[in-house]
Design a binder for this molecule. Sequence first.
Ligand SMILES: [Zn+2]
Length: 495
Amino acid sequence: MSTNHHEHKHHLKIDDEWKIVRAIVGNFVHCTRHPFAVDESPTSIIHNDREDVVFLAPFLPLHLNHILAVCEEGKIRYFGPFTPFAWLKTVEIVTLPPYAFCCPGFIDLHHHAPQYAYAGTATDRLLTGPGGWLEEYAFPAERSLRDNPEQTRHLFQKVVQATLQRGTTSVVYFGTLDVVPCQQLVDAVLQYGQRAWVGKVCMDRNAPADYCQPTQQNLTETQQLVQYIYETAGKRSTSPRLPLVFPLITPRFIPTCTPELLSALGDYARSEDLHITTHISESIDEVQWSQALEGGAEDATILHQHGLLTRQSILAHGVWLSDTAAQLLRETQSAIAHCPLSNFFFANQSLPCRKLLEQGNLVGLGTDIAGGYNPSMLSACRCAVIASRTLDHQRQSLTNQHEQSSSASSTLLDYRHAFYMATLGGAYALNMQNHLGNFEIGKDFDAVVLTVQSNIFVCPRRDTMADIFQKLCNLADDRNVSHVFVAGKQVIGSS
Ligand SMILES: [Zn+2]
């Protein structure tokens, strides 16, 4: 957002043009672009000549004492330095405390809602095989929702509340194999006013006999869920407002989906212009299983053959993508959902996230509930930073062993890169960058306010505002989430 843009907007009588209903006054932080979009060092904090904007990095301005106005449709209509506009008298004003920052709402690109029931357990299992994660935990937990509508409703309400309370405004949710629990998940999302992509999990092979469907039934129930979402949340092409819930084509992963099913899902996604999600090249055992079934082909190649790599595809993990596969994802503009906590347990390695971002791959963050046990996107941010440091340690130890200077470039990410992936990076991954991810005029106002509470120590004479924001990034939890807004509506916190 340029300064000119602000000055231009100053002179607009925005109350004549839009019905402003709410204004937020305080400090704002958001990413204005990709961290590696141009050759600039993101390491130093730049103070520009305006005292009310501090750049934490060239892509990450911190706006002090600003005002943001939201119209009736939930969109941002003004964002600039605080000015006592006449129309402020007629709207609801949310004035933030001095040590609070309004940030774009977090976007969780990978979440298995039914698995929230056992999040925090099963961390001692392998992903696949007898007694493994899928067979012992994931499949039974998902299947159990089939016969317990009350329990399912309660669980999904808790899922949506837990994510909203942590500032996650958009989530890409895997449902279950059965369509009815998926419809209940849609209901819970709409009840609490979150934004979500909800998919019926598809499986027609290598799944337990009582948790597997014939190929055609997978397709029929997927279409049923898509229709249900259009009926309850509206259809994007015909709604004046951006719907809160979007349909999602969701083959679980290649080992549980026949080529016929993958092709049918790819065709349907194309015909309806739908988002797609699945797992890709997650772990050594998953990669070996896929290759044994598909004549040695890589996951990315197989998905591409079936029309499942599109600009609206979100692929979880990608830890073991080859360079060719990563290139295929760039060419198709398919995104990666980086789930660092889950990767520590199941993937045998960390994603070379910085390299992928520098190469131009679209990468956002996911919690992967319950492969990752923590529903907080701030936790996912911290894990992404730690994962990047483990890769750096590996690089250093290899360099020492071979006694040669490493020519490998940096693997390191810091809290600012992670903040990008949790916000604007997630919006780009979903191809929603024109609607979500930062505070540009015209976007939907999806936001979280992070506020210093007694769990974070602030030393006023020592800490700059940049320090306080970094403390929140590293130390905040749900106690520090004072307000959450989705499409301009306050969904968490008292106004
Ligand atoms: Zn997953």
